[in-house]
Design a protein around this ligand. Structure first.
Ligand code: 13P
Length: 344
């Protein structure tokens, strides 16, 4: 385990004014996103689209790292340069998604099997991590999914996921790869923000307890958190200040001060909400750097502008650069709405 490298990687991931591009969508998720702009989801179209994002002029100004899918880690750009080497050359850290997706937990309190999920991917993980390190990956993401609903999440769901996160995080550190642990509390549903806060707190408490039980070094761990928000079908939608206050309160209660930083997922929030919430939290101040690790909230406008046409690459890169810049400012509490060109 190279602890100096782990420290260096973690600090660079959350450098001031920078955040992470999540570009690790599975082929299935990519298919849905591409369908929305009528683009066929072929391996080469995925390569072209992701290459477009990575080669955006000035990408390294606000992007510190990119989470890649296994497929992308092995692909090359149009000039024949492997994507990890291309990114590394720009000072952008290549990361890798290492979980293998979710399966239904049978017979949890949520009722029917399929009501709740646990993430797979621990078998053979140490061998995959060793290969990923050789291919250039310096951090790795694992996403756990926590659903809020009637009698959900169950204790079983929270603990099964916390345990898996801890085992994966320990394996990453042993391989000199920084774990980016992502226990995502989904925003889908009619639940209140108060309920989301309770569930997020319970999830983070269990996750950090499991990490401690596995001797995972918090100094070399990045948390990818979901914000505390109202369920998307809840009548009362909490305002920006309330989201920021509740999210910060939960993080301060549960996250060790020794963590190098917290990054957020966008989770289906609009581009503007994801930016505004991040900015509000940074304006309030936190014990750790707080930045972004968005997929949709960084890519929505770029994907739409591209729509699969080579002639639109410049417009798509401009859209992506703009969102990266807005979120880079939000990561420092320096964003304001007048800086927005247009956003969803
Ligand atoms: P979203 O920002 O679209 O939620 O994606 C982030 C991510 O990496 C989910 O695992």
């Amino acid at each position: 385990m190279d602890t100096a490298l782990l420290s260096k990687t973690a600090a660079a991931m959350v450098a001031p004014g920078k955040g992470i591009l999540a570009a690790d969508e599975s082929a299935g998720t990519c298919e849905k996103r591409f369908q929305s702009v009528n683009v066929e989801c072929t391996e080469d179209n995925r390569r072209a689209y992701r290459g477009l994002l990575f080669s955006t002029p000035g990408v390294n100004r606000h992007i510190s790292g990119v989470i890649l899918h296994d497929e992308t880690l092995r692909q090359k750009d149009n000039a024949g340069v492997a994507f990890p080497a291309y990114l590394d050359n720009l000072g952008v850290i290549p990361g890798i998604k290492v979980d293998k997706g979710v399966i239904a937990i049978p017979l949890t309190v949520g009722g029917e099997a399929g009501g709740e999920k646990v993430t797979e991917g621990l078998d053979g993980l140490d061998k995959r991590l060793a290969e990923y390190f050789k291919l250039g990956a310096r951090f790795a993401k694992w996403r756990a999914v926590i659903t809020i609903g009637e009698n959900m999440p169950s204790h079983t769901c929270i603990y099964a996921n916390a345990h898996a996160l801890a085992r994966y995080a320990a394996a990453c550190q042993a391989a000199s790869i920084v774990p980016m642990i992502e226990p995502e509390v989904l925003l889908d549903g009619g639940h209140t923000i108060e309920h989301c806060e309770e569930v997020t707190e319970a999830t983070l408490r269990a996750t950090f307890a499991a990490l401690a039980a596995y001797n995972v070094a918090s100094e070399h761990t990045i948390l990818k958190a979901s914000m505390v928000v109202s369920g998307n079908a809840c009548k009362r939608q909490a305002d920006v200040a309330e989201v920021a206050e509740r999210t910060l309160r939960v993080l301060k209660r549960t996250v060790p001060a020794s963590l190098p930083g917290v990054v957020f997922l966008s989770g289906g929030q609009s581009d503007l909400s994801a930016t505004t919430h991040l900015d509000a939290m940074n304006k309030m101040g936190a014990p750790w750097p707080l930045t972004f690790s968005y997929s949709r909230a960084l890519q929505n406008s770029a994907l739409k502008a591209w729509s699969g046409k080579a002639a639109n690459v410049g417009a798509a890169q401009t859209a992506f650069a703009h969102r990266a810049e807005m979120n880079g400012l939000a990561a420092q509490g320096k964003w304001n709405s007048k800086l927005e060109k247009s956003a969803a």
